[in-house]
Design a protein around this ligand. Structure first.
Ligand code: SF4
Ligand code: SF4
Ligand code: SF4
Length: 301
C-alpha cells in the first residue's frame, strides 16, 4: 500500500538543489529550530492554517462557516482557536481575499509521483531530477523511502537535502536509494549549535562521516549567517573536519536572506534573529570560500 506524507511546497525548475533542472519537494517536519530558518512553517510536522491580517476584509464568512466554531472576528482581525481547529480547510475555501491559507497537504507517494513525473522531459534534457527537502525529509522516512524507490524505478536522479540529525540506521536505509546528499553543516561548536538550532551536533557530524565513508556523493552546504555562523574559527573547524572525510565533499556557501524573516510574523512565531541583519556580500562569501579552499576543498557560492 502506498504511504501517505505531508508536504508544504513543490518548486519546479529549481537549479540550485542538485544537477540540472529539478523538482524540489518540501516535506514538513524538522527536529531543529534554527534561528535563521527561511521556512519556519516547515518545522511543524502537521498541516497548519495561516492568516494574513493585512489581506483580511473582515467579511466574517470564515467565522460563519467554520464547522468547529474555532474562528472569531475581533478588533485585531480573525482569531483561531487551535485547540478545536481540525485543519479541515473550509475557512480557506470560503475566504474571498486569500487572507487564510492552508500550509501543508497530505498526499500519497503515488499521487506525488504523478506530479513529479510531469517534469520528466526536463530531467532528461538537463541531467536533472528530484530533490527532497524540507523541513527535514528524514522525519518521514517511510514516505521518503517509497518516493525514492519509485523515482529509482523510473531512472529519475534523486537528491536528499538533510540537516543530518537522524537515526543512523534510518539514514543508511535512505542512502541506499539516494544518488546525492545535500548535507547542511552549520556550527562546529556543539554548545553554539545547541543554542542556535535547538540540538547538539555530534550525531550530525557522525552521520556525515558515515555517509562520506559509504562512497555516496555528498555536497556540504553551509548557511552564512552574520554574527552566528560566519566566524573564521567556525569555517576553520569546518575546513579541518570536511577535509579529513574519506572523500572530501564539495562545499557550497548559502547566503542568508533577511526578507524570509517576514514569515515569522505571519506564522505568529517567535523571531530570534535581530532586525537589520544584512545579506552577506559576494566579497565576503569570496573571502570565506578562499579560507576554505586553503583546506584543499572545492567551494562554490
Ligand atoms: S480549518 Fe476548519 S476547523 Fe479550522 S478554523 Fe478553518 S474552518 Fe475552522
Ligand atoms: S473569510 Fe477571509 S477575508 Fe473574510 S473574515 Fe475570514 S479571513 Fe477575513
Ligand atoms: S534544519 Fe533547515 S528546515 Fe530545519 S529549522 Fe534548520 S533551517 Fe529550518
Amino acid at each position: 500500500m502506498t504511504k501517505t506524507g505531508v508536504i508544504f511546497d513543490i518548486k519546479r525548475f529549481a537549479v540550485h538543489d542538485g544537477p540540472g533542472i529539478r523538482t524540489t519537494v518540501f516535506l514538513k517536519g524538522c527536529p531543529l529550530s534554527c534561528w535563521w530558518c527561511h521556512n519556519p512553517e516547515s518545522q511543524s510536522a502537521k498541516p497548519d492554517i495561516l492568516y494574513r491580517r493585512h489581506l483580511c476584509v473582515r467579511c466574517g464568512t470564515c467565522v460563519e462557516t467554520c464547522p468547529e466554531n474555532a474562528r472569531s472576528l475581533t478588533e485585531n482581525g480573525v482569531e483561531r482557536d487551535a485547540t478545536c481547529c481540525t485543519i479541515c480547510g473550509t475557512c480557506v475555501d470560503v475566504c474571498p481575499s486569500g487572507a487564510t491559507e492552508k500550509v501543508g497537504r497530505e498526499l500519497t507517494a503515488r499521487d506525488l509521483m504523478e506530479e513529479i513525473e510531469r517534469d520528466t522531459p526536463f530531467y532528461d534534457q538537463s541531467g536533472g531530477g528530484v530533490t527532497f527537502s524540507g523541513g527535514e525529509p528524514l522525519t518521514q522516512p517511510d514516505f521518503l523511502r517509497e518516493l525514492l524507490e519509485r523515482c529509482g524505478d523510473r531512472d529519475i536522479h534523486r537528491a536528499v537535502d538533510t540537516c543530518g540529525f537522524a537515526d543512523p540506521s534510518t539514514l543508511r536505509s535512505i542512502a541506499e536509494k539516494t544518488d546525492l546528499f545535500l548535507f547542511d553543516l552549520k556550527l562546529m561548536d556543539p554548545e553554539r549549535h545547541l543554542e542556535y538550532t535547538g540540538v547538539r551536533n555530534e550525531l550530525i557530524l557522525s552521520n556525515l562521516t558515515m555517509l562520506a565513508g559509504s562512497g555516496k556523493t555528498v555536497h556540504v552546504r553551509i548557511p552564512v549567517i552574520p554574527t552566528i555562523t560566519d566566524a573564521d574559527e567556525n569555517f576553520d573547524a569546518i575546513g579541518r573536519f570536511v577535509s579529513r572525510l574519506p572523500k572530501p565533499p564539495h562545499v557550497r556557501l548559502l547566503r542568508h536572506h533577511p526578507t524570509a524573516m517576514e514569515k515569522y510574523a505571519r506564522f505568529k512565531m517567535e523571531r530570534r534573529l535581530p532586525d537589520g541583519m544584512d545579506t552577506p556580500s559576494r566579497k565576503e562569501l569570496g573571502r570565506i570560500a578562499s579560507r576554505l579552499t586553503e583546506y584543499g576543498l572545492e567551494v562554490s557560492y
